[in-house]
Design a binder for this molecule. Structure first.
Ligand SMILES: *[C@@H]1O[C@H](CO)[C@@H](O)[C@H](O)[C@H]1NC(C)=O
Ligand SMILES: *[C@@H]1O[C@H](CO)[C@@H](O)[C@H](O)[C@H]1NC(C)=O
Ligand SMILES: *[C@@H]1O[C@H](CO)[C@@H](O)[C@H](O)[C@H]1NC(C)=O
Ligand SMILES: *[C@@H]1O[C@H](CO)[C@@H](O)[C@H](O)[C@H]1NC(C)=O
Ligand SMILES: [Fe+2]
Length: 379
């Protein structure tokens, strides 16, 4: 729930935890004559109240839906996605190989060895030959519950590789995988961001929040695809895997349905379903994600946000952040600041100091638009 599509008039995006969405847009509504561009502005602010009749009817896509099922064999790449680095000349490609495992009878699951499958991307500006190669890194994460009757999860091998030396506003083709074992993906493509300047912008940006994996999500994503954005932002609340018990039983209202669970459980395969479902969009359109409350996903030893931090690539290091929870990047004449609402942000916090440094480096004559997003309402 909570999808809005507009061009560059956003000054603030506020997506609430659950029950309503308030959205302040410094701009006008999407008209029947198409969507105006920033350069047509400035526009008066517009706030669209949430239509409460939309609440409470979302039905999750079941694990039998063809869009969420594993379509590859062996160590062929799946759940392929693109995300941006800080500037147009670099992007991240992410994908998964191998199958996740679940244990339900105390038989210890042995996680896959992330080093057993290489992380290679071949890319170039023409489909053939793909004459550049990037090597990345890989990892496996686990979601463990030390409670009787609960099931543990360990992921397939997650790969992230950073492509560098890219030209602005250009279509690139790529294949990812491990060529040494004959496991390269098909050819996909993405377009780089334009150079940062007051006169160049991505053509259209989709901003989503509270996305989930329901029949309504598919309406939203089809709508996004048909609007052909050049960049997509997901402002927290990704899969809602935390509306499920570890045995795969879900509910619209976790605390109503499962008041006695010893810890707030999750069903991690929902993340894999989501990665498969999203691939048609995000293998092509860069997706930038920041964490929401549904990504907390507490597990053994008080660990949190492990799926979120493991599955996505973030330009954290590139933007001087030491955390997957907050980072920044440029998209044409816009500087985006992705803020973490579930990590300290008081004045002596690392995030606050990072934000001061980040803002001090913004040159408004190069990126006149400064867009800051985070997940919960600002109160
Ligand atoms: C899951 O992992 C936890 C922590 O390692 C362990 O205590 C528990 O027995 C495991 N459960 C199963 C069903 O394997
Ligand atoms: C959401 O999906 C349900 C089917 O699960 C459908 O009945 C309903 O109309 C959809 N709501 C919107 C706003 O599209
Ligand atoms: C999952 O666990 C819940 C709570 O113990 C139980 O009610 C439900 O029947 C279980 N579902 C399956 C598929 O085992
Ligand atoms: C987890 O957090 C609780 C409450 O903050 C604390 O009492 C406990 O010692 C922590 N456990 C571990 C393993 O860090
Ligand atoms: Fe939320």
């Amino acid at each position: 729930m909570g999808f809005f599509n507009f061009i560059l008039q956003v000054v603030a995006v506020l997506i609430c935890s659950c029950s309503f969405v308030s959205f302040a847009v410094h701009g006008n509504k999407i008209g029947s004559n198409g969507i105006p561009s920033t350069l047509d502005g400035p526009f008066a602010p517009h706030t669209a109240p949430f239509d409460v009749s939309l609440r409470g009817n979302a039905v999750d896509l079941p694990d039998t839906d063809p869009r969420v099922r594993r379509r590859v064999k062996g160590f062929q790449p799946e759940q392929i996605s693109v995300s941006l680095s800080t500037t147009y000349d670099s992007v991240w490609i992410s994908w998964i190989t191998g199958e996740f495992q679940i244990s339900n009878h105390d038989k210890n699951i042995i996680p896959l060895d992330p080093k057993s499958v290489a992380s290679v991307v071949r890319y170039g500006t023409s489909r053939n030959p793909l004459n550049h190669e990037a090597k990345g890194y890989s990892l496996v994460y686990s979601q463990l519950y030390p409670f009787e009757g609960l099931q543990n999860y360990t992921s397939g091998i997650i790969h992230h590789a950073r492509l560098t030396g890219l030209k602005p506003d250009k279509l690139y083709y790529y294949r990812c995988g491990d060529p040494s074992i004959g496991a390269l993906s098909g050819v996909y493509s993405f377009k780089t961001m334009p150079v940062s300047s007051p006169n160049s912008y991505p053509k259209r940006i989709a901003i989503m929040g509270d996305l989930g994996l329901t029949y309504n999500t598919s309406t939203t994503i089809n709508h996004v695809i048909s609007n052909d954005p050049q960049l997509a932002l997901l402002v927290g609340d990704v899969t809602y895997a935390n509306l499920y018990l570890t045995n795969g039983t879900g509910s619209d209202c976790y605390s109503c349905a499962f008041p006695d669970s010893p810890i707030h459980e999750t069903y991690q395969p929902r993340w894999d379903y989501w990665g498969r479902f999203m691939q048609p969009l995000v293998s092509k359109v860069p997706l930038m994600v920041v964490e929401g409350n549904h990504e907390i996903e507490k597990q053994v030893e008080n660990q949190t946000f492990v799926a979120y931090s493991s599955r996505f690539a973030f330009p954290a290091k590139e933007s001087g952040s030491s955390s997957t929870f907050y980072y920044s990047f440029n998209a044409g004449g816009i500087h985006f600041v992705m803020l973490g609402a579930y990590i300290a942000y008081h004045k002596s916090s690392d995030q606050y100091k990072w934000l001061e440094r980040d803002l001090a480096n913004v040159d408004r004559s190069i990126t006149p638009w400064l867009v800051a997003v985070w997940h919960p309402p600002l109160v």
